[in-house]
Design a protein around this ligand. Structure first.
Ligand SMILES: [Cu+2]
Length: 607
C-alpha cells in the first residue's frame, strides 16, 4: 500500500460597469445607493446553507483552444466579511476550466475589484518591488485588490503571461491582462486549480472565495477502470465564521480548553470538537458553525461516480470520509494532486499495482486534491460526506469533526454534467524515466520555523520562515532579486524539509511535481507525484524534527525560470513562509550556480 494514511496515525497523515461610471459621478446619489445595494447581493453571490450542491459551470476548449474572460470581483458583506470571486463573461462564478494536453489557453483577466470601505488599497500593507526587477505588468503594487492567477499544480512556464506570480500584479482599472499558454502535452490528466497569488494578500482573497477548478481531461486514459463514469467537481473552501460568537452545538461534548491564536482564529483544542478556526463551504454552499447544516448532494442509488475534491481552503486541513448509516465507506483513490496513481511507474500497466487504491478516509492539506471513485448510497438511504478532525498541533488552528453534505440517493436525481469517455485511447508512454528511478544530483535541507512573540505560547508566532539550511531565516521579501536556490533544468534533487514548529505546514512548489520518498524518516514508496505535501509538527519531545523527503523534478522543459515554493497555509505564506528558486538551462554556464553544483552533498549552504 503506497498511501501514507496506511502507515501513520492520523495526526501524522498528510503526507457592473454601469455602477462604476455612476459612482464616478457625484450627482446621482439615489442611483449610487441603488448600486450599492445591488453590489451587496449580485457580486459573488452565495447559496444558502443546506442548498443542493450545484456544479460549477464548465468552460471547455474547442478545436484545441480555450479562450475566455474572467473578471476578478469583490464585495463586503453586511456582516463585515469579504467575498472575492472570478466570473466568466456570462457572470458565472468560478467556472471549471476544462482543457486537454496540448491545448492553447487564452485567458483575459480583468480586475473589477473595488476598494474595501471605499479605499483603493490598504497602504500600510502595500509593498512595491525594486525598480530593477522587471515586471510583467506596469504596476507591481501588491494590495487586497490587486490580482493575478496561479495555475496550481501545472507545469506551465513561470513566464510573463503564463504562470508568473512574482511580477504580475493586475490593478483595478487596468486593461484586461491576457494569459496565453499551452497546456503541456505531458501534463498528467487530473484536477488542478487556479487562484490569485498576490504575496501578503492571498489569504483574504482565497478565504473570500477567489478560486476555481482546472481539469486536464483524460484521467480515464490513464485509469481505464474509470471509463464512462459520471464525474463531479467539489471545491471545498474555508471562510471566516458566520457566527463567531455562538457557543458550540449542544450535541457536542464540552471542550475543556479554548484559545485564540494571534489572528483571532480558534486554536486546536486537540479534542476533535469546539469552534473551528474557519467555516467551510462546498461549491460555495456554506456549512456554518455551530450546527453545520449539511449541503445536499443528489445522486442515483448505488451509482458509481468519480469525485474530484479540491481543498481550496486558505488554512483548513480536510480529512474526507463518506458515511452510510454512520459506517465509513471505501473510497477508491485514483489520483492525488492531478496525477493518476501509477502513472509513469514501471510495471504499473502490468498489473503489479492496484488500479484503484481503496481507502477509508482521505487527508487533504490546503491546496491539494484527491480524485476517487465512490458509490452512492442505496435508494432511500442518506449518506453523509464529512471531514474528520485534523490534529494541527499545539500551535495550529482548530479543524474539528463536521458534516459537509448529505448524499441523497433517488432514482430521479440529475446526472452530473460530465462523463468520462467510455472507450478512451491509452495515454502515450511517459517520455522520461520514473522519478523514483533517477539519481538526485544533490540533497538540500530546508526547514519551516517561526519567531514566537512569547516563547511559552506556540500560538504567538509573529514571523514565518521557510529557510534553506545554512541561510539566515527571514521573511520572504518580494523586492529581493536573488533566488534562495539555483538548480539546473534536466536534473532531479532530493529535498529534506523539516518542521521545527508546533503546527502543521503544507509544502508547495510551483511549476513541477515531486515524489514523496520519506515521511518522518520512514520510506513510503509512493507511486504517484504530488505538488503539495503536509509536513508533521514538532511536539517538543521527538529526538529529531519531523520531516519529509521529496524528489524534486527539474527535468521538464518548462521549468526554466524563477518561481516560488511556500507553505500553502496562506496566512503563513503571506507572513513570509516562502522562497524562490531559479532553474537555469543545462547549457547555461553555471555562473552563480557553481557553488551549489559543486556542493554535491547535503547540508551545504544552497544557492
Ligand atoms: Cu504553514
Amino acid at each position: 500500500m503506497r498511501f501514507p494514511q496506511e502507515h501513520f496515525p492520523f495526526h501524522a497523515i498528510f503526507p457592473a460597469r454601469f455602477c462604476v461610471s455612476v459612482f464616478l459621478s457625484f450627482l446621482l446619489l439615489p442611483i449610487q445607493r441603488l448600486c450599492a445595494q445591488q453590489a451587496a447581493t449580485d457580486v459573488c453571490p452565495r447559496p444558502q446553507p443546506g442548498s443542493v450542491v450545484a456544479e460549477p459551470v464548465d468552460l471547455r476548449s474547442k478545436s484545441g483552444v480555450l479562450e475566455l474572460q474572467l473578471i476578478a470581483r469583490n464585495v463586503k458583506e453586511s456582516d463585515g466579511r469579504s467575498r472575492y470571486c472570478f466570473t466568466d463573461s456570462n457572470g458565472h462564478e468560478s467556472p471549471t476550466l476544462r482543457v486537454k494536453p496540448g491545448d492553447l489557453v487564452i485567458l483575459h483577466l480583468r480586475n473589477q475589484m473595488t476598494g474595501v470601505d471605499g479605499k483603493t488599497a490598504m497602504p500600510q500593507h502595500a509593498h512595491s518591488m525594486s525598480m530593477e526587477q522587471r515586471g510583467c505588468t506596469a504596476s507591481q503594487e501588491m494590495s487586497l485588490i490587486a490580482t493575478n492567477l496561479h495555475f496550481h499544480g501545472t507545469t506551465i512556464p513561470p513566464a510573463c503571461h503564463q504562470d508568473d506570480v512574482l511580477r504580475t500584479m493586475i490593478q483595478p482599472g487596468d486593461p484586461p491582462f491576457t494569459y496565453r499558454f499551452r497546456v503541456p502535452k505531458d501534463e498528467p490528466p487530473g484536477l488542478y486549480w487556479y487562484h490569485p497569488h498576490i504575496h501578503g494578500f492571498t489569504k483574504p482573497q482565497i478565504l473570500g472565495g477567489a478560486s476555481g477548478a482546472l481539469i486536464v481531461e483524460g484521467i480515464e486514459r490513464a485509469k481505464p477502470e474509470l471509463a464512462g463514469l459520471p464525474e463531479r467537481v467539489l471545491v471545498i473552501r474555508d471562510e471566516d465564521l458566520a457566527h463567531p460568537d455562538a457557543p458550540p452545538s449542544k450535541f457536542e461534548p464540552p471542550v475543556p480548553k479554548f484559545f485564540v491564536d494571534r489572528d483571532g482564529d480558534a486554536a486546536n483544542t486537540g479534542t476533535g470538537f469546539g469552534k473551528p478556526a474557519k467555516d467551510l463551504s462546498i461549491n460555495y454552499v456554506p456549512v456554518p458553525y455551530p450546527d453545520y447544516p449539511p449541503a445536499v448532494i443528489r445522486m442515483r442509488p448505488e451509482e458509481r461516480q468519480l469525485w474530484r475534491i479540491l481543498n481550496a481552503s486558505a488554512i483548513t486541513y480536510l480529512d474526507i470520509e463518506v458515511l452510510f448509516n454512520r459506517k465509513p465507506q471505501p473510497l477508491g483513490l485514483v489520483a492525488m494532486d492531478g496525477v493518476p496513481m501509477g502513472l509513469g511507474v514501471p510495471g504499473a500497466a502490468g498489473g503489479t499495482l492496484p488500479p484503484i487504491d481503496w481507502q477509508m478516509h482521505l487527508g487533504i492539506p490546503p491546496g491539494a486534491r484527491v480524485e476517487f471513485v465512490m458509490q452512492g448510497p442505496p435508494a432511500d438511504e442518506t449518506g453523509m460526506l464529512v471531514t474528520k478532525s485534523v490534529d494541527t498541533g499545539p500551535g495550529g488552528e482548530n479543524d474539528p469533526n463536521r458534516a459537509l453534505a448529505h448524499i441523497v440517493a433517488t432514482a430521479d436525481a440529475p446526472e452530473p454534467r460530465s462523463q468520462l469517455a467510455s472507450s478512451p485511447p491509452p495515454l502515450p508512454p511517459p517520455s522520461r524515466p520514473w522519478l523514483g528511478d533517477v539519481l538526485p544530483v544533490r540533497v538540500r535541507h530546508l526547514y519551516f520555523s517561526e519567531k514566537l512573540d512569547n516563547p511559552d505560547d506556540p500560538t504567538s508566532a509573529v514571523e514565518f520562515y521557510l529557510t534553506v539550511e545554512g541561510q539566515t531565516p527571514k521573511m520572504f521579501d518580494m523586492s529581493s532579486t536573488t533566488p534562495n536556490m539555483v538548480a539546473q533544468q534536466g536534473t532531479v534533487e532530493d529535498w529534506i524539509i523539516e518542521n521545527r514548529t508546533s503546527e502543521l505546514h503544507a509544502f508547495h512548489i510551483h511549476q513541477l511535481h515531486f515524489l514523496l520518498l520519506d515521511y518522518n524518516g520512514i520510506s513510503v514508496h509512493e507511486n504517484f507525484l504530488r505538488d503539495t505535501v503536509n509536513v508533521p509538527y514538532y511536539n517538543g519531545r521527538q529526538l529529531a524534527y519531523p520531516s519529509v523527503r521529496v524528489r524534486v523534478d527539474f527535468r521538464g522543459p518548462n521549468v526554466v525560470g524563477t518561481f516560488p515554493y511556500h507553505c500553502h497555509l496562506l496566512e503563513h505564506e503571506d507572513k513570509g513562509m516562502m522562497g524562490t528558486i531559479e532553474v537555469v538551462p543545462p547549457s547555461s554556464p553555471l555562473g552563480r550556480t557553481s557553488s551549489a553544483a559543486g556542493a554535491g552533498g547535503s547540508n551545504q549552504p544552497a544557492r
